[in-house]
Design a protein around this ligand. Structure first.
Ligand SMILES: Cc1cc2nc3c(=O)[nH]c(=O)nc-3n(C[C@H](O)[C@H](O)[C@H](O)COP(=O)(O)OP(=O)(O)OC[C@H]3O[C@@H](n4cnc5c(N)ncnc54)[C@H](O)[C@@H]3O)c2cc1C
Length: 387
């Protein structure tokens, strides 16, 4: 595919067009059938967005956190499953790009930039749960590379991506040292277990990946052995937090629009005062607007500070995802009240889907409680991961 470099405005315009013309018409089916949103993701790749955060030196769009937040919001408005799948591809791309060797640039980043390769992040494990930065998957040095043993849970794009960024215990490292490797989908001995049965994010394909005697060439190690914690806080955290923040902001924005549209169009057959004329409903709507807008401003400011490499950006980035989780769940709940019985019905409005999708925001690591704790610890000059 021959894709040209686009400005931020052009990229957002392209994302908006794909969202309206391809993603939105599929959203109910993706949700209802738990279908991985292939059509939307392929359309995003064809429009040049696959390489959104890949550096321009490798043919990508060279964008950062601001572009990621805004693109995920555009997608999250119409289909949160597509937004999260696209977002995790971008997080994986950023991790690969951070310290890519020339071989990794050719093998992974250039195809990602050309829209021909989809990647994703496989960090979480059932043994360490919300503490996703503490993998128990083992990396053992063998001639020519490593052997990988373990299991990854909730892998977004599971079974569909072309490669997986996997965190592991480092092979010969000191206790507590972890490494990241890129695992191509065609590597032998990858076993996918079960199907994704989440109440929301139903197209996400967040499946369990069992790794038994999997060979990873030495060339697929990311950075140096023991670099995993560096990746977690320097790349995974900013890109993941912002991709998720944009996605959940999209859900909240759509819920607010839905409530506004309902109040504008609702009139009673008996000629009674329409809901839009009730001061209490006007007040509720006005409050929701402020909740969404202040969350958007925090997300955009955190993303901009992250892009500028500000030392204190991490607190803003952590708070952006914690705030958007509260915002999305609250705004969708309130919107459902404003829209009444139609909002509560499966066929009447997207709020039914938004309510289930939004709920994942608190569950996905770093979870809201952990993020709040990290910010508090940072303010107290304590190490984030200490007791
Ligand atoms: C839709 C979806 C998509 C996902 N996609 C991915 C993906 O692509 N890649 C990936 O690697 N993972 C992914 N995950 C996994 C996710 O990020 C979490 O790691 C996982 O859901 C949390 O693990 P657990 O269920 O075992 O929670 P547990 O570890 O059992 O935690 C339960 C609760 O206890 C809280 N808790 C635990 N310890 C503390 C503490 N010290 N302080 C305060 N609270 C604490 C947690 O915040 C949580 O609320 C996904 C999850 C979902 C739901």
């Amino acid at each position: 595919m021959d894709l040209k470099r686009l400005s931020l405005g052009e990229l957002l315009g392209a994302a908006d067009q794909v969202a309206r013309e391809v993603v939105a018409p599929e959203a109910s089916r993706v949700d209802g059938e738990g279908r991985w949103p292939e059509t939307g993701l392929r359309a995003l790749q064809a429009a040049g967005l696959g390489g959104l955060v890949v550096p321009s030196a490798f043919g990508g769009q060279g964008q950062g956190l601001v572009a990621l937040a805004r693109t995920c919001e555009v997608l999250g408005r119409v289909c949160a499953s597509t937004a999260i799948c696209f977002g995790m591809h971008c997080v994986g791309s950023a991790v690969i790009a951070a310290k890519a060797t020339p071989l990794q640039q050719r093998t992974f980043l250039e195809p990602i930039a050309e829209g021909e390769h989809l990647t994703t992040l496989a960090l979480s494990e059932s043994g360490t749960g919300a503490h996703f930065y503490l993998p128990q998957t083992r990396l053992t040095a063998v001639p020519g590379g490593y052997r990988l043993e373990g299991a990854k849970s909730f892998v977004t794009n599971g079974g569909h991506a072309d490669s997986y960024v996997v965190s592991t215990l480092a092979s010969a490292a000191r206790p507590g040292d972890f490494s990241c490797v890129i695992l191509p989908a065609q590597a032998g001995n990858l076993a996918w277990e079960g199907s994704w049965e989440g109440i929301g994010m139903r197209g996400n394909s967040a499946r369990t990946l069992r790794l038994q005697d999997v060979f990873v060439p030495a060339t697929h190690l990311l950075g140096q052995e023991g670099d995993e914690i560096w990746y977690v806080f320097n790349v995974v955290a900013p890109y993941f937090l912002i991709a998720m923040a944009g996605t959940y902001l999209g859900i909240a924005s759509s819920a607010l629009e839905e409530a506004t549209a309902h109040l504008k169009r609702r009139h009673y057959g008996h000629g009674g005062a329409p809901p839009s004329s009730q001061a209490v409903l006007q007040h509720r709507l006005g409050t929701l607007w402020a909740v969404v807008e202040r969350t958007r401003l925090l997300i955009h400011s955190a993303a901009a500070r992250g892009d500028q490499g500000e030392a204190t950006a991490l607190a803003a980035l952590c708070s952006a995802k914690a705030e958007v989780a509260d915002c999305a769940v609250h705004v969708v709940n309130e919107a459902m009240t404003l829209v009444g019985g139609r909002g509560y019905s499966e066929s009447g409005s997207p709020l039914f889907r938004h309510l289930r999708d939004a709920r994942a925001a608190h569950v996905m690591s770093p979870t809201t409680d952990i993020l709040r704790t990290w910010v508090g610890r940072a303010l107290l000059d304590l190490p984030l991961l200490g007791e």
